[in-house]
Design a binder for this molecule. Structure first.
Ligand code: FES
Length: 363
């Protein structure tokens, strides 16, 4: 059967040359294409004043995600295609085959503003494959501890929904969640329902701007001891602002329990800039024929975008390799580690690398 289908596909491609038959299918229904994966927006729902959930129906070729993974979403704005990475907030086993992503607007963030304010039902958005290691183990863990802040709730929401959908019950779980105010808690009503209906699910909410009390801290040892006295025995998933994750990582590191901790960051960790080692210079984007000035501290993706280019990219934090290009000459610094890349032909992730003096990239 497969070989007959393959033969028919090859025949159709022959007639469609120089395109593929999939390009013509795209005109009928963008979800039928094989050369590019797309999703149709089938629902939009406001979660808080600055957060919106998009329900997406992925097209042919989508493979189901694992709870906690993220996807790259293409966002066409004014003829330019931008790409951003969002955690999937829905459970993998949804009956309707749809997924949800929950987008929080970022101040000055053109793409997040567009997704959370202007995208409407019926639009088609390019979609990537699910990715990421911030996932639950295949078998149900006995004692999870979730620590989330702000929109860091989204991958964990996928995990909680996945428990309910697959097992009907959430196992013995402690969840510490941080938000500025009560009205900023994303999925607040659903979390409340879980708290009321799932007897092993303990939710502790901290409003970081609602009082001058201890709660204003994003994670502390005291909060942890109070909410989860048996934290040493639990496997931990933490996602949220960098300050919260730094504090959580330091705490588990100090306890010698770092192996029990899984974290997901929204931004790459950066090494301190080497002071005298920062060198401004010119950046030559060879394939684009564009030259730009770099201050030695701005990542090359931003340098390219500020020069009017629109290089392919995804996560903007060094995970997906969607921004990889090749070093032609010069030297760049990986801002996460401080290490230098100066061998012509080496791969450069422009979203996390800065120029050190004059640089030429294949881009
Ligand atoms: S955009 Fe994902 S690694 Fe650079």
């Amino acid at each position: 059967m497969t070989s007959i289908r393959n033969a028919l596909t090859s025949l159709a491609d022959m007639f469609a040359y120089p395109l593929r038959h999939s390009h013509y299918l795209e005109l009928v229904n963008p979800l039928w294409t094989e050369h590019v994966l797309k999703a149709r927006v089938v629902g939009v729902q406001d979660e808080t004043a600055d957060t919106r959930t998009l329900t997406l129906r992925p097209g042919r070729g989508w493979r189901s995600h694992r709870a906690g993974q993220f996807v790259r979403l293409g966002v066409p704005i004014d003829g330019q295609r931008h790409t951003r990475t969002y955690s999937i907030s829905s459970a993998p086993a949804r009956e309707d085959g749809c997924i949800t992503v929950t987008v929080k607007t970022v101040d000055g963030g053109r793409v997040s503003q567009h997704l959370a304010r202007r995208v409407v039902v019926g639009e088609y958005l390019p979609l990537g494959e699910p990715q990421g290691e911030f996932v639950l183990p295949e078998s149900m863990p006995v004692h999870p501890l979730f620590i989330t802040g702000g929109s860091g709730i989204t991958p964990v929401m996928s995990m909680l929904r996945s428990y309910v959908l697959e097992y009907d019950v959430i196992p013995d779980t402690v969840h510490m969640h941080y938000a500025p105010h009560v009205q900023d808690v994303i999925f607040g009503a659903e979390l409340g329902e879980l708290q009321a209906s799932q007897k092993h699910y303990q939710l502790h909410k901290y409003y970081t701007r609602a009082s001058a009390q201890e709660a204003s801290v994003h994670f502390s040892a005291q909060q942890l001891e109070r909410a989860c006295p048996d934290w040493r025995e639990r496997e931990v998933w933490a996602c949220g602002p960098a300050a919260m994750l730094d504090a959580v990582e330091a705490h588990w590191e100090q306890a010698g329990l770092a192996r029990q901790l899984h974290t997901e960051r929204f931004h790459a960790m950066v090494a301190p800039l080497p002071g005298a080692g920062v060198k401004a210079g010119r950046v030559w984007f060879a394939a684009s024929g564009v030259q730009a000035q770099s201050d030695g501290a701005t990542v090359l993706l931003r340098v390219a975008e500020d020069a009017g280019l629109n290089p392919p990219h995804g996560c903007r934090m060094g995970i997906c390799h969607g921004c990889n290009t090749t070093l032609v000459s010069g030297c760049v610094r990986d801002s996460r580690t401080g290490s230098l890349i100066s061998e012509a032909g080496d791969t450069v992730q422009v979203c996390v690398c800065t120029a050190v003096g004059d640089v030429e990239l294949a881009l």
